[in-house]
Ligand binder design. Structure first.
Ligand code: ATP
Length: 514
Protein backbone atom coordinates (compact mmCIF):
# COMPACT_ATOMS: atom_id res chain seq x y z
CA UNK A 1 0.00 0.00 0.00
CA UNK A 2 1.36 3.39 -0.90
CA UNK A 3 1.21 5.74 2.02
CA UNK A 4 0.43 9.35 1.20
CA UNK A 5 2.57 11.41 3.44
CA UNK A 6 5.51 13.76 2.99
CA UNK A 7 7.06 12.19 6.06
CA UNK A 8 7.09 8.84 4.29
CA UNK A 9 9.07 10.38 1.45
CA UNK A 10 11.61 11.75 3.93
CA UNK A 11 11.89 8.35 5.59
CA UNK A 12 12.29 6.59 2.25
CA UNK A 13 15.03 9.02 1.22
CA UNK A 14 17.03 8.43 4.39
CA UNK A 15 16.40 4.68 4.32
CA UNK A 16 17.56 4.57 0.69
CA UNK A 17 20.79 6.25 1.71
CA UNK A 18 21.41 4.29 4.89
CA UNK A 19 20.96 0.93 3.18
CA UNK A 20 22.88 1.54 -0.05
CA UNK A 21 20.04 2.14 -2.48
CA UNK A 22 20.43 5.79 -3.51
CA UNK A 23 23.09 8.37 -2.62
CA UNK A 24 23.09 12.06 -3.51
CA UNK A 25 25.62 12.55 -6.31
CA UNK A 26 29.02 14.06 -5.39
CA UNK A 27 28.00 14.00 -1.74
CA UNK A 28 31.44 14.84 -0.34
CA UNK A 29 31.21 18.08 -2.31
CA UNK A 30 27.74 18.78 -0.88
CA UNK A 31 25.88 17.16 -3.75
CA UNK A 32 24.68 18.25 -7.18
CA UNK A 33 21.02 19.27 -7.55
CA UNK A 34 18.76 16.70 -9.15
CA UNK A 35 21.49 14.10 -9.65
CA UNK A 36 21.76 10.82 -7.74
CA UNK A 37 23.91 7.68 -7.62
CA UNK A 38 22.57 4.18 -7.12
CA UNK A 39 24.37 2.13 -4.47
CA UNK A 40 25.04 -1.58 -4.14
CA UNK A 41 21.39 -2.50 -3.49
CA UNK A 42 19.93 0.22 -5.70
CA UNK A 43 21.76 -0.95 -8.78
CA UNK A 44 20.43 -4.50 -8.34
CA UNK A 45 16.85 -3.30 -7.92
CA UNK A 46 17.23 -1.02 -10.92
CA UNK A 47 18.65 -3.84 -13.07
CA UNK A 48 15.76 -6.10 -12.07
CA UNK A 49 13.19 -3.46 -13.04
CA UNK A 50 14.98 -3.08 -16.39
CA UNK A 51 14.90 -6.84 -16.92
CA UNK A 52 11.18 -6.98 -16.12
CA UNK A 53 10.52 -4.27 -18.70
CA UNK A 54 12.98 -5.47 -21.35
CA UNK A 55 11.89 -9.09 -21.34
CA UNK A 56 8.21 -8.14 -21.38
CA UNK A 57 8.60 -5.71 -24.26
CA UNK A 58 11.07 -7.68 -26.41
CA UNK A 59 11.02 -11.42 -25.56
CA UNK A 60 7.26 -11.55 -25.05
CA UNK A 61 6.43 -9.57 -28.20
CA UNK A 62 7.97 -11.16 -31.26
CA UNK A 63 7.39 -7.97 -33.27
CA UNK A 64 9.44 -5.77 -30.90
CA UNK A 65 13.23 -5.57 -31.02
CA UNK A 66 15.76 -3.60 -28.99
CA UNK A 67 18.17 -0.78 -29.73
CA UNK A 68 20.97 1.01 -27.93
CA UNK A 69 21.56 4.33 -29.66
CA UNK A 70 24.17 6.93 -28.69
CA UNK A 71 23.42 9.79 -26.34
CA UNK A 72 25.10 12.31 -28.66
CA UNK A 73 23.22 12.82 -31.89
CA UNK A 74 23.36 15.17 -34.85
CA UNK A 75 22.18 18.62 -33.66
CA UNK A 76 19.64 18.94 -36.48
CA UNK A 77 17.71 16.03 -34.94
CA UNK A 78 16.62 18.33 -32.12
CA UNK A 79 15.58 21.00 -34.57
CA UNK A 80 13.45 18.44 -36.44
CA UNK A 81 11.91 17.02 -33.27
CA UNK A 82 10.85 20.50 -32.10
CA UNK A 83 13.00 20.41 -28.96
CA UNK A 84 15.22 23.40 -29.91
CA UNK A 85 12.20 25.66 -30.41
CA UNK A 86 9.59 24.23 -28.08
CA UNK A 87 11.12 22.22 -25.23
CA UNK A 88 10.79 25.12 -22.80
CA UNK A 89 9.48 25.83 -19.35
CA UNK A 90 8.49 29.37 -18.24
CA UNK A 91 10.88 30.53 -15.52
CA UNK A 92 10.44 33.34 -13.01
CA UNK A 93 12.63 34.58 -10.12
CA UNK A 94 11.67 36.28 -6.88
CA UNK A 95 13.86 39.37 -6.54
CA UNK A 96 13.98 39.22 -2.75
CA UNK A 97 14.62 35.54 -2.07
CA UNK A 98 16.52 35.08 -5.37
CA UNK A 99 14.66 31.77 -5.70
CA UNK A 100 13.70 30.46 -9.11
CA UNK A 101 10.33 28.89 -9.97
CA UNK A 102 8.35 27.54 -12.89
CA UNK A 103 5.73 30.21 -13.51
CA UNK A 104 3.16 27.66 -14.71
CA UNK A 105 3.62 25.66 -11.50
CA UNK A 106 3.14 28.80 -9.35
CA UNK A 107 -0.06 29.54 -11.26
CA UNK A 108 -1.28 25.94 -10.97
CA UNK A 109 -0.62 26.01 -7.20
CA UNK A 110 -2.57 29.26 -6.87
CA UNK A 111 -5.47 27.74 -8.82
CA UNK A 112 -5.34 24.64 -6.59
CA UNK A 113 -5.65 26.90 -3.52
CA UNK A 114 -8.77 28.54 -4.97
CA UNK A 115 -10.18 25.10 -5.71
CA UNK A 116 -9.52 24.08 -2.12
CA UNK A 117 -11.54 27.09 -0.95
CA UNK A 118 -14.46 25.97 -3.14
CA UNK A 119 -14.19 22.44 -1.74
CA UNK A 120 -14.16 23.70 1.86
CA UNK A 121 -17.29 25.78 1.31
CA UNK A 122 -18.96 22.79 -0.37
CA UNK A 123 -18.07 20.51 2.55
CA UNK A 124 -19.43 22.99 5.08
CA UNK A 125 -22.66 23.43 3.15
CA UNK A 126 -23.07 19.68 2.64
CA UNK A 127 -22.96 19.23 6.40
CA UNK A 128 -25.46 22.04 6.93
CA UNK A 129 -27.98 20.90 4.32
CA UNK A 130 -27.64 17.17 4.79
CA UNK A 131 -29.43 14.88 2.31
CA UNK A 132 -31.05 17.64 0.31
CA UNK A 133 -27.68 19.16 -0.71
CA UNK A 134 -27.18 19.82 -4.43
CA UNK A 135 -23.49 20.52 -5.10
CA UNK A 136 -23.80 21.90 -8.65
CA UNK A 137 -26.60 24.22 -7.64
CA UNK A 138 -24.66 25.40 -4.60
CA UNK A 139 -21.52 26.24 -6.63
CA UNK A 140 -23.58 28.13 -9.19
CA UNK A 141 -25.65 30.15 -6.72
CA UNK A 142 -23.61 30.82 -3.59
CA UNK A 143 -22.08 34.24 -4.34
CA UNK A 144 -18.74 33.64 -2.60
CA UNK A 145 -18.26 30.18 -4.12
CA UNK A 146 -19.40 31.31 -7.57
CA UNK A 147 -16.77 34.06 -7.37
CA UNK A 148 -13.99 31.55 -6.53
CA UNK A 149 -15.14 29.20 -9.27
CA UNK A 150 -15.18 32.03 -11.81
CA UNK A 151 -11.60 32.90 -10.86
CA UNK A 152 -10.55 29.24 -11.24
CA UNK A 153 -12.11 28.96 -14.70
CA UNK A 154 -10.66 32.25 -15.88
CA UNK A 155 -7.18 31.43 -14.56
CA UNK A 156 -7.21 28.01 -16.22
CA UNK A 157 -8.23 29.50 -19.55
CA UNK A 158 -5.57 32.23 -19.33
CA UNK A 159 -2.88 29.71 -18.39
CA UNK A 160 -3.76 27.54 -21.38
CA UNK A 161 -3.68 30.53 -23.76
CA UNK A 162 -0.37 31.81 -22.38
CA UNK A 163 1.27 28.39 -22.68
CA UNK A 164 -0.10 27.63 -26.13
CA UNK A 165 0.64 31.10 -27.43
CA UNK A 166 4.10 31.23 -25.84
CA UNK A 167 3.03 34.53 -24.30
CA UNK A 168 5.31 35.18 -21.34
CA UNK A 169 3.93 38.69 -20.70
CA UNK A 170 0.48 37.18 -20.21
CA UNK A 171 2.01 34.58 -17.92
CA UNK A 172 3.59 37.28 -15.72
CA UNK A 173 0.28 39.17 -15.62
CA UNK A 174 -1.43 36.01 -14.43
CA UNK A 175 1.09 35.62 -11.59
CA UNK A 176 0.38 39.24 -10.59
CA UNK A 177 -3.41 38.96 -10.89
CA UNK A 178 -3.51 35.80 -8.80
CA UNK A 179 -1.44 37.64 -6.17
CA UNK A 180 1.11 34.85 -6.01
CA UNK A 181 3.61 35.38 -3.19
CA UNK A 182 6.99 33.68 -2.95
CA UNK A 183 6.71 30.89 -0.34
CA UNK A 184 10.22 31.79 0.90
CA UNK A 185 10.29 35.61 1.08
CA UNK A 186 6.53 36.12 1.16
CA UNK A 187 6.84 39.02 -1.34
CA UNK A 188 5.30 39.57 -4.77
CA UNK A 189 8.44 41.12 -6.20
CA UNK A 190 8.84 39.04 -9.40
CA UNK A 191 11.12 39.26 -12.44
CA UNK A 192 9.68 38.91 -15.94
CA UNK A 193 8.89 35.39 -17.10
CA UNK A 194 11.47 33.94 -19.49
CA UNK A 195 11.36 30.79 -21.56
CA UNK A 196 13.99 28.33 -20.45
CA UNK A 197 15.10 25.51 -22.75
CA UNK A 198 15.48 22.27 -20.85
CA UNK A 199 18.19 20.78 -23.06
CA UNK A 200 21.80 20.66 -21.89
CA UNK A 201 24.23 21.68 -24.59
CA UNK A 202 27.92 21.09 -25.02
CA UNK A 203 30.48 21.30 -27.79
CA UNK A 204 31.92 18.56 -29.92
CA UNK A 205 35.25 19.04 -31.68
CA UNK A 206 38.60 20.22 -30.38
CA UNK A 207 38.99 23.50 -32.28
CA UNK A 208 36.66 26.25 -31.11
CA UNK A 209 35.81 27.55 -34.61
CA UNK A 210 34.93 24.11 -35.88
CA UNK A 211 33.06 23.01 -32.79
CA UNK A 212 29.44 22.06 -33.15
CA UNK A 213 26.89 22.70 -30.44
CA UNK A 214 25.35 19.39 -29.57
CA UNK A 215 22.76 18.41 -26.99
CA UNK A 216 22.51 15.71 -24.37
CA UNK A 217 19.35 13.89 -25.45
CA UNK A 218 16.25 14.91 -23.47
CA UNK A 219 14.47 11.67 -24.50
CA UNK A 220 15.61 8.36 -25.95
CA UNK A 221 12.82 8.29 -28.54
CA UNK A 222 14.66 10.25 -31.25
CA UNK A 223 17.42 7.61 -31.38
CA UNK A 224 14.69 5.15 -32.30
CA UNK A 225 13.13 7.36 -34.99
CA UNK A 226 16.40 8.03 -36.81
CA UNK A 227 17.16 4.29 -36.81
CA UNK A 228 13.69 3.28 -37.89
CA UNK A 229 14.67 2.20 -41.41
CA UNK A 230 17.97 0.60 -40.31
CA UNK A 231 16.11 -1.71 -37.95
CA UNK A 232 13.16 -2.29 -40.27
CA UNK A 233 15.36 -3.28 -43.21
CA UNK A 234 18.03 -5.31 -41.40
CA UNK A 235 15.48 -7.00 -39.15
CA UNK A 236 13.04 -7.49 -42.06
CA UNK A 237 10.34 -6.12 -39.78
CA UNK A 238 6.75 -5.91 -40.96
CA UNK A 239 4.36 -3.26 -39.73
CA UNK A 240 3.11 -3.25 -37.01
CA UNK A 241 6.40 -3.53 -35.15
CA UNK A 242 8.18 -1.85 -32.26
CA UNK A 243 11.67 -0.74 -31.22
CA UNK A 244 12.50 -0.65 -27.51
CA UNK A 245 15.32 1.18 -25.80
CA UNK A 246 16.54 1.81 -22.25
CA UNK A 247 18.90 4.71 -21.74
CA UNK A 248 19.87 7.95 -20.08
CA UNK A 249 18.08 11.21 -20.77
CA UNK A 250 18.97 14.69 -19.53
CA UNK A 251 16.75 17.66 -18.75
CA UNK A 252 17.85 20.87 -17.10
CA UNK A 253 14.72 20.95 -14.91
CA UNK A 254 14.19 24.44 -13.42
CA UNK A 255 13.55 22.89 -10.06
CA UNK A 256 14.54 19.31 -9.49
CA UNK A 257 12.85 18.03 -6.36
CA UNK A 258 11.04 15.15 -4.73
CA UNK A 259 14.10 12.95 -4.70
CA UNK A 260 14.44 10.76 -7.79
CA UNK A 261 11.00 11.78 -9.09
CA UNK A 262 12.36 14.81 -10.95
CA UNK A 263 16.02 14.53 -11.86
CA UNK A 264 18.33 16.30 -14.28
CA UNK A 265 19.95 13.03 -15.36
CA UNK A 266 17.59 10.06 -15.46
CA UNK A 267 16.81 6.90 -17.34
CA UNK A 268 13.91 6.12 -19.64
CA UNK A 269 12.49 2.87 -20.94
CA UNK A 270 10.79 3.74 -24.20
CA UNK A 271 9.16 1.81 -27.00
CA UNK A 272 8.01 3.24 -30.31
CA UNK A 273 5.42 1.11 -32.09
CA UNK A 274 5.12 1.73 -35.84
CA UNK A 275 1.66 1.20 -37.29
CA UNK A 276 -0.33 1.77 -40.44
CA UNK A 277 -1.86 5.28 -40.59
CA UNK A 278 -5.45 5.16 -39.38
CA UNK A 279 -4.81 2.22 -37.06
CA UNK A 280 -3.08 4.24 -34.36
CA UNK A 281 -6.08 4.56 -32.04
CA UNK A 282 -6.56 0.80 -31.94
CA UNK A 283 -2.89 0.34 -30.94
CA UNK A 284 -3.04 3.25 -28.52
CA UNK A 285 -5.84 1.46 -26.62
CA UNK A 286 -3.95 -1.85 -26.89
CA UNK A 287 -0.78 -0.42 -25.32
CA UNK A 288 -2.70 1.43 -22.60
CA UNK A 289 -4.15 -1.85 -21.47
CA UNK A 290 -0.90 -3.85 -21.82
CA UNK A 291 1.19 -1.34 -19.95
CA UNK A 292 -1.32 -1.07 -17.11
CA UNK A 293 -1.32 -4.86 -16.74
CA UNK A 294 2.49 -4.87 -16.63
CA UNK A 295 2.43 -2.38 -13.75
CA UNK A 296 -0.36 -4.05 -11.83
CA UNK A 297 1.23 -7.50 -12.01
CA UNK A 298 3.99 -6.28 -9.69
CA UNK A 299 1.55 -6.49 -6.80
CA UNK A 300 2.02 -3.00 -5.37
CA UNK A 301 -1.78 -2.56 -5.20
CA UNK A 302 -4.08 -2.05 -8.21
CA UNK A 303 -5.69 0.93 -6.50
CA UNK A 304 -2.37 2.78 -6.69
CA UNK A 305 -2.54 3.20 -10.48
CA UNK A 306 -4.85 5.25 -12.63
CA UNK A 307 -5.03 6.71 -16.13
CA UNK A 308 -4.92 10.44 -16.60
CA UNK A 309 -5.86 11.74 -20.06
CA UNK A 310 -4.01 14.77 -21.43
CA UNK A 311 -6.31 17.62 -22.35
CA UNK A 312 -3.54 19.86 -23.71
CA UNK A 313 -1.85 17.69 -26.32
CA UNK A 314 1.81 18.18 -27.24
CA UNK A 315 2.49 19.46 -30.76
CA UNK A 316 3.19 15.93 -32.03
CA UNK A 317 0.30 13.97 -30.46
CA UNK A 318 -3.30 13.15 -31.41
CA UNK A 319 -4.00 11.28 -28.16
CA UNK A 320 -2.04 10.99 -24.93
CA UNK A 321 -2.42 9.80 -21.38
CA UNK A 322 -0.33 9.09 -18.33
CA UNK A 323 -0.34 6.11 -16.04
CA UNK A 324 -0.17 7.77 -12.65
CA UNK A 325 1.04 6.12 -9.47
CA UNK A 326 0.11 6.95 -5.91
CA UNK A 327 3.53 8.24 -4.77
CA UNK A 328 3.99 9.55 -1.19
CA UNK A 329 3.31 13.05 -2.60
CA UNK A 330 0.05 11.88 -4.25
CA UNK A 331 -0.88 10.60 -7.72
CA UNK A 332 1.79 11.62 -10.25
CA UNK A 333 2.92 10.61 -13.73
CA UNK A 334 4.84 7.35 -13.88
CA UNK A 335 4.51 6.52 -17.58
CA UNK A 336 3.33 8.35 -20.67
CA UNK A 337 1.48 6.69 -23.55
CA UNK A 338 1.33 8.88 -26.63
CA UNK A 339 -0.04 8.56 -30.11
CA UNK A 340 2.65 10.62 -31.87
CA UNK A 341 1.16 10.46 -35.38
CA UNK A 342 3.78 10.61 -38.16
CA UNK A 343 5.14 13.89 -36.81
CA UNK A 344 8.67 12.73 -35.99
CA UNK A 345 9.37 10.59 -39.06
CA UNK A 346 7.84 13.19 -41.38
CA UNK A 347 9.91 15.92 -39.82
CA UNK A 348 13.13 13.88 -40.04
CA UNK A 349 12.36 13.24 -43.71
CA UNK A 350 12.07 16.97 -44.27
CA UNK A 351 15.19 17.97 -42.33
CA UNK A 352 17.46 15.12 -43.54
CA UNK A 353 16.21 14.93 -47.10
CA UNK A 354 16.12 11.11 -46.78
CA UNK A 355 13.00 9.02 -47.33
CA UNK A 356 11.74 7.39 -44.14
CA UNK A 357 8.92 5.35 -45.61
CA UNK A 358 7.78 1.81 -45.35
CA UNK A 359 6.76 -0.26 -48.32
CA UNK A 360 3.68 -2.21 -47.37
CA UNK A 361 3.67 -5.42 -49.46
CA UNK A 362 0.02 -6.12 -48.65
CA UNK A 363 -1.24 -2.76 -49.90
CA UNK A 364 1.54 -2.37 -52.45
CA UNK A 365 2.17 1.21 -51.33
CA UNK A 366 4.68 3.39 -49.48
CA UNK A 367 3.75 5.37 -46.40
CA UNK A 368 5.21 7.07 -43.34
CA UNK A 369 4.06 4.95 -40.40
CA UNK A 370 2.21 6.39 -37.43
CA UNK A 371 3.72 5.84 -34.00
CA UNK A 372 2.36 4.88 -30.60
CA UNK A 373 4.89 5.43 -27.82
CA UNK A 374 5.13 4.01 -24.32
CA UNK A 375 7.61 5.87 -22.14
CA UNK A 376 8.30 5.06 -18.51
CA UNK A 377 10.91 6.61 -16.23
CA UNK A 378 13.12 3.95 -14.69
CA UNK A 379 13.88 6.12 -11.67
CA UNK A 380 10.19 6.84 -11.10
CA UNK A 381 9.52 3.09 -11.32
CA UNK A 382 12.26 2.60 -8.73
CA UNK A 383 10.65 5.19 -6.44
CA UNK A 384 7.22 3.59 -6.86
CA UNK A 385 8.61 0.20 -5.82
CA UNK A 386 10.69 1.55 -2.94
CA UNK A 387 8.04 3.87 -1.48
CA UNK A 388 5.22 1.36 -1.60
CA UNK A 389 7.40 -1.44 -0.21
CA UNK A 390 8.53 0.58 2.80
CA UNK A 391 6.64 -0.56 5.90
CA UNK A 392 7.19 0.16 9.59
CA UNK A 393 5.80 -2.64 11.73
CA UNK A 394 5.11 -2.99 15.41
CA UNK A 395 5.74 -6.59 16.44
CA UNK A 396 3.99 -8.67 19.05
CA UNK A 397 6.90 -8.41 21.49
CA UNK A 398 6.62 -4.60 21.36
CA UNK A 399 9.71 -4.09 19.17
CA UNK A 400 9.62 -2.45 15.75
CA UNK A 401 11.02 -3.35 12.39
CA UNK A 402 11.33 -1.62 9.03
CA UNK A 403 10.77 -4.01 6.17
CA UNK A 404 10.92 -3.45 2.43
CA UNK A 405 8.25 -5.69 0.93
CA UNK A 406 9.83 -5.50 -2.50
CA UNK A 407 8.28 -7.97 -4.97
CA UNK A 408 10.67 -10.97 -4.67
CA UNK A 409 11.53 -11.03 -8.39
CA UNK A 410 12.78 -7.43 -8.08
CA UNK A 411 14.53 -7.74 -4.69
CA UNK A 412 18.27 -6.88 -4.80
CA UNK A 413 19.15 -10.13 -3.01
CA UNK A 414 16.91 -13.18 -3.13
CA UNK A 415 18.39 -15.04 -0.20
CA UNK A 416 20.68 -14.42 2.77
CA UNK A 417 23.00 -17.24 3.81
CA UNK A 418 23.64 -16.98 7.54
CA UNK A 419 25.86 -19.39 9.49
CA UNK A 420 24.69 -19.23 13.09
CA UNK A 421 28.27 -19.06 14.37
CA UNK A 422 31.67 -18.33 12.86
CA UNK A 423 33.10 -21.69 13.95
CA UNK A 424 32.56 -25.48 14.07
CA UNK A 425 32.51 -25.76 10.30
CA UNK A 426 29.27 -23.74 9.94
CA UNK A 427 30.80 -21.07 7.64
CA UNK A 428 32.20 -23.80 5.37
CA UNK A 429 28.80 -25.50 5.13
CA UNK A 430 27.14 -22.12 4.46
CA UNK A 431 29.61 -21.39 1.68
CA UNK A 432 28.94 -24.78 0.11
CA UNK A 433 25.20 -24.00 0.01
CA UNK A 434 25.87 -20.57 -1.45
CA UNK A 435 28.17 -22.01 -4.11
CA UNK A 436 25.23 -23.99 -5.45
CA UNK A 437 22.65 -21.20 -5.28
CA UNK A 438 24.72 -18.25 -6.51
CA UNK A 439 24.57 -19.30 -10.16
CA UNK A 440 20.80 -18.79 -10.23
CA UNK A 441 20.04 -16.32 -7.44
CA UNK A 442 21.76 -13.30 -5.97
CA UNK A 443 22.85 -14.38 -2.48
CA UNK A 444 24.03 -12.31 0.46
CA UNK A 445 26.45 -13.91 2.89
CA UNK A 446 26.72 -12.63 6.44
CA UNK A 447 28.26 -14.10 9.58
CA UNK A 448 28.52 -11.07 11.90
CA UNK A 449 26.18 -10.15 14.81
CA UNK A 450 23.30 -12.08 16.36
CA UNK A 451 20.90 -13.84 14.06
CA UNK A 452 18.09 -11.45 15.11
CA UNK A 453 20.10 -8.41 14.04
CA UNK A 454 21.00 -10.05 10.75
CA UNK A 455 17.32 -10.81 10.06
CA UNK A 456 16.47 -7.13 10.66
CA UNK A 457 19.17 -5.98 8.27
CA UNK A 458 17.82 -8.34 5.60
CA UNK A 459 14.28 -7.01 6.20
CA UNK A 460 15.59 -3.48 5.72
CA UNK A 461 17.00 -4.27 2.27
CA UNK A 462 14.03 -6.41 1.25
CA UNK A 463 15.67 -9.87 1.10
CA UNK A 464 12.70 -12.28 0.85
CA UNK A 465 14.40 -15.35 2.38
CA UNK A 466 17.02 -16.04 5.05
CA UNK A 467 18.69 -19.44 5.38
CA UNK A 468 20.30 -20.19 8.72
CA UNK A 469 22.91 -22.91 9.01
CA UNK A 470 23.33 -24.41 12.50
CA UNK A 471 24.87 -27.47 14.10
CA UNK A 472 21.93 -29.64 13.13
CA UNK A 473 22.66 -28.78 9.49
CA UNK A 474 25.96 -30.62 9.78
CA UNK A 475 24.15 -33.74 10.96
CA UNK A 476 21.02 -33.98 8.82
CA UNK A 477 21.54 -31.42 6.05
CA UNK A 478 18.52 -29.34 7.06
CA UNK A 479 18.41 -25.53 7.46
CA UNK A 480 16.01 -22.95 8.83
CA UNK A 481 14.28 -20.84 6.22
CA UNK A 482 12.80 -17.54 7.40
CA UNK A 483 10.21 -15.66 5.36
CA UNK A 484 10.61 -11.86 5.22
CA UNK A 485 6.93 -10.89 5.14
CA UNK A 486 5.50 -13.27 7.74
CA UNK A 487 8.73 -13.84 9.72
CA UNK A 488 7.63 -17.48 9.83
CA UNK A 489 10.40 -20.07 10.10
CA UNK A 490 10.48 -23.63 8.73
CA UNK A 491 13.00 -26.41 8.73
CA UNK A 492 13.78 -27.94 5.36
CA UNK A 493 16.34 -29.99 3.46
CA UNK A 494 19.05 -27.93 1.75
CA UNK A 495 18.15 -29.44 -1.62
CA UNK A 496 14.64 -27.94 -1.31
CA UNK A 497 15.90 -24.33 -1.11
CA UNK A 498 16.40 -23.94 -4.83
CA UNK A 499 12.88 -24.90 -5.80
CA UNK A 500 11.38 -22.51 -3.21
CA UNK A 501 13.46 -19.65 -4.60
CA UNK A 502 12.50 -20.58 -8.13
CA UNK A 503 8.84 -20.64 -7.18
CA UNK A 504 8.86 -17.30 -5.36
CA UNK A 505 11.59 -15.14 -6.91
CA UNK A 506 11.70 -16.09 -10.55
CA UNK A 507 11.38 -13.30 -13.11
CA UNK A 508 10.01 -15.80 -15.62
CA UNK A 509 7.12 -16.65 -13.33
CA UNK A 510 6.35 -12.98 -12.78
CA UNK A 511 6.34 -12.44 -16.54
CA UNK A 512 4.10 -15.45 -17.04
CA UNK A 513 1.50 -13.96 -14.71
CA UNK A 514 1.07 -10.70 -16.67
P1 ATP B 1 6.60 15.64 -16.23
O1 ATP B 1 5.29 16.20 -16.70
O2 ATP B 1 6.54 14.95 -14.89
O3 ATP B 1 7.75 16.62 -16.35
P2 ATP B 1 6.90 14.65 -18.86
O4 ATP B 1 5.48 14.59 -19.31
O5 ATP B 1 7.76 15.76 -19.30
O6 ATP B 1 6.98 14.49 -17.25
P3 ATP B 1 7.74 12.62 -20.68
O7 ATP B 1 8.45 13.57 -21.56
O8 ATP B 1 6.45 12.04 -21.13
O9 ATP B 1 7.60 13.27 -19.22
O10 ATP B 1 8.77 11.45 -20.29
C1 ATP B 1 8.38 10.12 -20.12
C2 ATP B 1 8.70 9.61 -18.73
O11 ATP B 1 10.03 9.94 -18.35
C3 ATP B 1 7.84 10.21 -17.64
O12 ATP B 1 6.62 9.53 -17.54
C4 ATP B 1 8.70 10.03 -16.41
O13 ATP B 1 8.51 8.74 -15.85
C5 ATP B 1 10.10 10.14 -16.95
N1 ATP B 1 10.66 11.47 -16.65
C6 ATP B 1 10.46 12.61 -17.34
N2 ATP B 1 11.14 13.64 -16.78
C7 ATP B 1 11.80 13.12 -15.71
C8 ATP B 1 12.69 13.66 -14.74
N3 ATP B 1 13.05 14.95 -14.76
N4 ATP B 1 13.18 12.83 -13.79
C9 ATP B 1 12.84 11.52 -13.75
N5 ATP B 1 12.01 10.95 -14.65
C10 ATP B 1 11.50 11.73 -15.63
Amino acid sequence: MAQQDDNILKKVVSHAKEYGFVFPSSEIYDGLGGVYDYGQNGVELKNNIKEYWWRFMTSLHDNIVGLDSAIFMHPTIWKASGHVDAFNDPMIDNKDSKKRYRADVLVEDAIAKLEEKVEKEVEKAAKRFGESFDKTMFIATNPRVAEYQKKVDEANARLKDAMNGNDMTAMKQLVIDLEVADPVSGTKNWTDVRQFNLMFSTEMGSVAEEANTIYLRPETAQGIFVNFLNVQKTGRMKIPFGIAQIGKAFRNEIIARQFIFRMREFEQMEMQFFVKPGEEMKWYEYWKEKRMRWHQTLGLGKENYRFHDHLNLAHYANAACDIQFNFPMGFRELEGIHSRTDFDLRSHEKFSGKKLQYFDPEDNQNYIPYVVETSVGLDRMFLSVLASSYVEEKLEDGSERVVLRIPPALAPNKVAILPLMKKDGLPEKAEAIMNVLKFDFRCYYEDKDTIGKRYRRMDAIGTPFCITIDHQTLQDDTVTIRYRDTMKQDRLKTEEIKSILEQECSMSRLLQSI
